[in-house]
Design a protein around this ligand. Structure first.
Ligand code: ACO
Length: 381
């Protein structure tokens, strides 16, 4: 009897176009090229709300009222300081350690220190999420200063999330306009459905592992230059090009040698990233405020490369393109850019961890085998 020929399975390399689950947290609406968090357009949230309100929204499903926000921010502010053991442990890491590795190690350390690590209840996970939201900026700022040979500055509970981060990095809070541009970037970076790092967190969670393990893995996924690491790569690329007049020639050479141009392209958005216009406006405000030739050179180069990329390849910038330049203009060094992304995306990751646990199914896809045919194991020597 002959068996029916098997139909080769359809391969979805990179899971492109595959819908693996439902989510209530956010969505990209392809028709209007827009992004919503819990139903609210992200542009409107960035225009009218604080990052803390957006964090609350992602976790609780609705924006907080005044009393809820007061309680939420009070708890977040109280959780910011690092205990002495953590601070001493982080200082002992090699000075060459990339801040993303410091952050990943810190989250792992927080997990090891937390006596409730194995309790995956929603209440426990919510408490852990808030603690990470509060403490990650303290870790990032301490490391930012460590690289300059400076001591950690304690968080200030009188300051909002964005203001306090500047205070801990630089010992001062810049003008409200700069803080607002930073806060806009945090709001835009907070959540983006099943992106690679969020999906990583969901995969780890789907095995019923703990929240710290899921976040540690997500940080590892975000670090790569095809994902969150692109905001750092953008600035390295602008520094490599240097002269705005070189932008088009540089791009031609880079494309001819098959280089990926950092800060351009997106798996989901094919006609432009909906977050870019609002971040670009914020970056333009920073350039105008700086009012110096160096900022003007960078802005001209940034615009020239964007124009050349659109002309040559019709590929639009993604959020990392304006955000990378914005963080440079705010005074952060390049290795701090992706950790700032983590400080924001921790909200989206942990919202997804909670959602995954609400209707969990182990995430375990299949692969089509194209290796050697079955063969006998030869006798040992
Ligand atoms: N530079 C040059 N060519 C590009 C770029 C780019 N940045 N992005 C896409 N392309 C080209 C590809 O070479 C490919 O061309 P081909 O059809 O001739 O082979 C075509 O556009 C389709 O690209 P894919 O790689 O299939 O798109 P995919 O969805 O897999 O990749 C990705 C998306 C990884 C983001 C890609 O655009 C890229 O590498 N960009 C640079 C890194 C980056 O900016 N990442 C940040 C993502 S957004 C975020 O994390 C906030």
């Amino acid at each position: 009897m002959t068996s029916a020929p098997t139909v080769p399975p359809e391969i979805h390399r990179g899971l492109a176009g595959v819908v693996v689950d439902t989510t209530e947290i956010s969505t990209v609406i392809q028709e209007t090229n827009s992004l919503t968090y819990r139903g609210y357009p992200v542009q409107d949230l960035a225009a009218h709300r604080s990052f803390e309100e957006v964090a609350y929204l992602l976790w609780h499903g609705d924006l907080p009222d005044a009393a809820q926000l007061r309680e939420f921010t009070a708890r977040e502010r109280a959780l910011r300081p690092l205990d002495r053991t953590t601070a001493e442990f982080l200082v002992r890491l090699p000075e060459t350690c990339h801040p993303m590795d410091v952050l990943r190690t810190a989250v792992s350390f927080f997990g090891a220190e937390d006596p409730t690590e194995d309790d995956g209840s929603p209440a426990a996970n919510r408490a852990k999420s808030l603690s990470l939201l509060a403490k990650l900026p303290t870790v990032v700022a301490a490391d930012h200063r460590r690289r300059r040979g400076l001591d950690l500055i304690q968080p200030d509970p009188a300051l909002g999330y964005a203001e306090n981060f500047f205070h801990m990095c630089f010992g001062r809070v810049p003008e409200p306009e700069v803080v607002r541009c930073f806060e806009i970037s945090l709001i835009l970076y907070a959540e983006h459905s099943f992106n690679a790092s969020t999906f990583t967190a969901r995969v780890v969670t789907s095995t019923l592992s703990d929240l710290y393990s899921a976040v540690t893995a997500a940080i590892g996924a975000l670090k790569g230059p095809l994902h969150g690491g692109a905001n750092e790569a953008v600035m390295h690329m602008l520094n490599e090009i240097g002269d705005p007049r070189r932008a088009a020639d540089w791009l031609d050479e880079a494309l001819a040698s098959q280089r990926k141009i950092m800060g351009f392209g997106h798996r989901v958005y094919k006609n432009g990233d909906s977050r870019v216009p609002i971040m670009q406006e914020a970056t333009d405000r920073l350039v105008a405020r700086a009012g110096d030739p160096e900022a003007a050179r960078l802005a001209t180069l940034h615009a020239a490369l964007r124009h050349a990329m659109l002309t040559r390849k019709a590929i639009h910038p993604n959020l990392d393109y304006p955000a990378g330049l914005a963080y440079h203009l705010m005074g952060f060094d390049i290795p701090t850019f992706t950790p700032i992304f983590v400080m924001s995306r921790i909200t989206g990751w942990t919202a997804h961890i909670t959602e995954q646990l609400e209707h969990n199914a182990l995430i375990r896809p299949l692969a089509s085998y194209d290796g050697r045919d079955q063969r006998p194991v030869p006798a040992g020597a």
